[in-house]
Design a protein around this ligand. Sequence first.
Ligand code: NOJ
Length: 774
Amino acid sequence: MSKKNLLFIPIILLAIVLFSVKNHVVDSEKVYATSNLDAKIEEKVDSVLALMHLNEKIGQLVQYSGKWNATGPSTSKGDQHKLDKLKKGEVGSMLNITSVASIKETQKIVMEHSRLKIPLIFGYDVIHGYKTIFPIPLGESASWDLDIIKQSASIAAKETAASGLQWTFAPMIDVSRDARWGRIMEGAGEDTYLNTVIGVARIHGFQGDDLSHPNTIAACAKHFAGYGFAEAGRDYNTVNIGEYELHNTILPPFKAAAKAGVATFMNSFNDIDGIPSTGNKVLQRDILKQNWSWNGLVVSDWGSIGEMIAHGYAEDKKHATQIALDAGSDMDMESYAYEANLEALVRENKISIEQIDDAVKRVLRLKFELGLFDDPYKYCNEEREKANIYTDEHLAVARDVAKKSIVLLKNETNLLPITKNLKSIAVIGPLADDKDAPLGNWRAKGEYNSAVSLLEGVKSVVDKNTKVFYEKGVELTIPTVKPGENQFLHPLKFNNTDVSGIKAAVEVAKKAEVVLLAIGENAYQTGEGRSQSEIGFFGVQQKLLEAIYKVNKNVVIVLMNGRPMDISWAANNVPSILECWFLGSESGNAIADVLFGDYNPSGKLPVSFPHNVGQEPLYYNQKNTGRPFSPKHVTYSGYTDTPKSALYPFGFGLSYTTFEYKNLELDKSEILKDGEIKLSVEISNTGTRDGEEVVQLYIRDLVGSLTRPIKELKDFKKVMIKAGETKIVNFTINSEKLQFYTVNKKWEVEPGDFNVWVGGNSEASLKGVFRVVE
Ligand code: NOJ
């Protein structure tokens, strides 16, 4: 054990002794939830708390950023200020400091200078991998494979922890239905159930079952709440939703996260119905901490406490501090509000010491759970750092996850899979040999230009006699963010009109048997602050596409993007389209696995693809309305100039084989509210290749005390079915799948008629009916 730890032990012992004489002050105003608490940890938490002075308590509620990697307007007061505060033990956490050496150095400041030596907790946005980069979360969600999603999060955790960090600000579990919103790339898409199960898988992956294990890190359920419903898809914008939408659509993934034991929550920038989430007491205190009995730590989003001034909800930072702490925001990320104002607010009796203690306990609890009090440097091991990051083993998993995240949208002429011994193949497009874009936004320590490009992936698998031509054709019009550049200050240019490269691209297209055309978006077109009013191919990509298609009909579009795009022209013309998102470090290899048939694609869309941007927000589980759209009533609840339905619906994705669904059977036609129905369905692989299918179960409650969606995903199973084989897949329908947040403000099953569908996408037509009785 190191000298510093030996020094620290007497402090803890003293704390425990003191605890036995001076018990922790009990909150007299409110009863906070205390379920699932570990008594031993609570005893230690209380004993440390009893030693703390007010300034040290407030310090635990302060989180500073390292000055690099700022993800918002920099409010930094400079390094000297931070250093002084660290020495005084007036900082609880740091974000954006990475590497064992830097973390050790920063932790040392606190351990050597501060009075109580309470270790810092270090956080970082590890959204889809640390250095080994996995597909962007939206893409990974297209795998509908909870095991590999968990595995990718656990590898991310292992690499993050090996770098000395203990906390990621992920998963984002904001249901998001608007393709214009740049942050749609960060979550699991438009559906509540899918966000719920994927969010839980990611939390389990990050946290494992023991936070103190050196390979696990604390996760963070964000952004609480409603951020994905930003009006018109403009980032940070107002959210206008009612109470029932909040409970039925937005909160379930968060409730499941709390239940799964996620260590932290982050609140959100937006206001809902006039109240900024950071200052929302109902959300944070009543629902999260009280009703859900959740004992973790709520961190504000970057500067969001101070931003309540701009919202017009707080007069100044002092007012904002009072509102935020009172509402249950425990830790101040980069607003510099708590450190400046909490002490005065306590003295003026505007914030009670019990409220401060409750917040501080949440911070201390997490630090004990992570094992930081036992050894503040336990995550700091240079050997482990060298051995555990960006390993071949991790890259192999990244390739596996990436190939499973690819969605085959169209394959009309069975152009795919391509044989490896073609005479010639043209790889064309601005993304064809891009080694950076596949890393996507929020790539943590993913190294600039480190991904396997499509061209590299293709070259590594084709026959040695196959000629591979390459032409870029056109430039993606947004310059790539270079290492060290702050992407938030990066210019966006959409006005590139240079078509001079198209000619050469057309020439190689003419010579090739098949063209792989890699087009889509730049990595930084989606992500925070990257909302767009148009979702088609920017720049002159469409011109390139049409010019190529004119001379060669065997075109496969390899789409790389972070949001659902308007690809209508391509869908109407080009024979094959492969949705490849931003697939991470192993992108090119994974795409080649699918293109050449080494892997039969099994991904399904976690978001609807529209015919055009005017349909946004677009999602499958809409309400019927009083005038439902139908072939007879085409003017009802639709558009006169565009279809109402999606171009490619939620849950959709093709395979190189075909599946047939039949014989949906229910073991009962009527159940009590707490009863159970067993459903079985036959799925046959009617093609000639083995393949995996995501079998999806949708339910509709026909009449409710509140209007109900036309259908809702309630379960799914991913099954491998051999060519020619038939499998029976079983589901259980129970109250969990039938209940909703009713007009009684409770989760209830209401009696009445229900429809159930099973199929390979949200437009499934194989249907059953049943009735729930009192
Ligand atoms: C702002 C983002 O909204 C949030 O998701 C992120 O975790 C923080 N910045 C920290 O980088």
